[in-house]
Design a protein around this ligand. Structure first.
Ligand code: PLP
Length: 455
């Protein structure tokens, strides 16, 4: 019998009752959001037409260290949390590594991802404010599904703009969202001004998260009882996702472990931000010194090849400006299968931490990601989402380095979700027809040209 169990579960009582706000322990804050018209720092109230008020306050609050999780959200969490911390014994064996590999599995709910942690909070706050509906975007479909679940539960209508390539690749995702009562529209669409403009410019476009965000915001602005909800990037989302890391830390304490290395895939940064927050607190306060590694697709390399600059969060240029690592809001990534990672920007919090040297980043081509996914599912039995497989790849690389050096490091990675809706991608990988798109410097230059001038 192994000394450490395969799975370490917390009890229901141990599910965190507060979210942790890493900004409260950061030595320096990220640059403020700017009003795109005046280029002046944004006041909290200026966000009220976009998001519900409580979320606007969370977005702008860099000093409150802990936020109470509202009771109804705690009750909602109990339906799918705590999530297990799993020791990847069989992956370790296959890699012949002295490293100890742990992963936090967030895919055990219908959305198949960690996104339900934030979706339930947003739907709850919207309902509590007396709103009747939300509008959002979805790439691969996990966020749209999570928010559909949460809106159905708390009693709100939902419109989801789904990036067109994903809409075509994953028709069953639409079916799931509709089952939860959501209205799903392929983006860019003819239903919004910004969608019509993007289509006029490029009728064949497969869309992007940036376009879908613009459409969802436009729709929400039309109705006083509707607000917009975003599933990643924002400070509020990282706050809600902190539950992942708080649970992980407590579970590791139970088995007398602490991670030397924490790895997460990075799309907009929410799962990595959530997984690492409680451990980053220890680093920021001098209690520990873990390494943090973000793994992003080579087709959409915001950290590794992007610029640290003010940019719009959407293609239609209607959001406030955020300083972040970005490829430019005009950058439309190739049709990579990790739809949840196809976003031009990156969380301002993670961007700041990366800029200040607290986080490392690597990028990887998708065929290598699927190689890691295949090894993982055959050894550990869970079929990972392509997004999550980026983190697997990163963890495997670190475990192989341990094999070379003989060091028995403890690695923790986030297994954000399952890949049952990604079988077209897996089948392409299996029959050898998967291709790797890596943008050239010229491709990236076109995106950078869309950056707003802010001086
Ligand atoms: C959305 C998603 C991601 C990426 O988003 P982040 O905000 O960077 O976490 C990763 N994995 C899964 C399964 C997702 O659904």
């Amino acid at each position: 019998m192994a000394k450490v169990p395969y799975k370490t579960y917390l009890t229901e009582k141990e599910i965190p009752q507060q979210w942790y706000n890493v900004r409260a322990d950061m030595k320096e804050q990220h640059d403020p959001l700017l009003n795109p018209g005046t280029l002046k720092p944004l006041a909290t109230e200026e966000l009220y037409p976009i998001f519900c008020e409580e979320l606007c306050k969370q977005e702008m609050d860099s000093t409150t260290r802990y936020f109470d999780i509202p009771g109804p959200v705690q009750d909602f969490y109990r339906m799918f949390r705590p999530s297990p911390l799993i020791r990847a014994y069989n992956l370790e064996k296959a890699l012949d590594t002295p490293a100890k590999i742990y992963y936090k599995f967030e895919g055990n709910n219908t959305s198949g991802s960690h996104k339900l942690n934030a979706a339930s909070a947003m739907a709850y706050y919207a309902k509590a404010q007396g709103l009747t509906s939300l509008a959002t975007e979805t790439g691969a479909g996990q966020w749209g599904t999570a928010l559909s679940q949460a809106c159905a539960f708390f009693g709100l209508d939902l419109t989801v703009f789904m990036v067109k390539v994903s809409f075509m690749q994953k028709p069953f995702r639409k079916g799931v969202m509709e089952t939860y009562g959501a209205k799903v529209i392929a983006s860019p669409s003819e239903t919004t001004e910004v969608g019509r403009a993007i289509l006029a410019d490029d009728p064949a476009t497969g869309g992007s998260l940036g376009c879908a965000i613009s459409e969802a915001i436009e729709l929400s602005m039309r109705d006083d009882k509707c607000r917009y909800a975003l599933g990643s990037v924002l400070n509020q989302v990282l706050l809600h996702q902190s539950v992942i890391g708080l649970e992980s830390k407590l579970a590791m304490e139970k088995i007398d472990e602490y991670p030397d290395i924490i790895v997460g895939c990075a799309g907009g940064g929410s799962n990595l931000g959530g997984l690492m927050a409680a451990f980053m607190q220890d680093k920021l306060t001098g209690k520990a010194n873990s390494r943090f590694i973000a793994v992003e697709p080579a087709s959409c390399p915001s950290f590794t090849r992007g610029k640290y600059a003010y940019d719009f969060c959407d293609t239609g240029k209607i959001t406030p400006l955020a300083r972040m690592y970005t490829l430019g809001s005009g950058f439309i990534p190739s049709a990579n299968h990790a739809g949840g990672l196809r976003y031009h920007g990156m969380s301002p919090i993670l961007s700041k931490l990366y800029h200040d040297g607290y986080i490392e980043a690597i990028s990887v081509e998708q065929s290598k990601v699927f190689e890691a996914a295949t090894l993982f599912c055959q050894r550990e039995q869970i079929l990972p989402a392509p997004e999550s497989a980026h983190a697997i790849y990163g963890a495997v690389q670190e475990a192989l380095k341990c094999k070379e050096s003989g060091e028995a490091k403890t690695i923790l990675f986030g297994l954000t979700g399952t890949g049952y809706f990604d079988m077209n991608a897996y089948m392409q990988y299996n029959d050898g027809t998967m291709t790797d798109h890596v943008p050239t410097d010229e491709d990236l230059q076109r995106g950078f040209e869309s950056l707003p001038k802010v001086d």
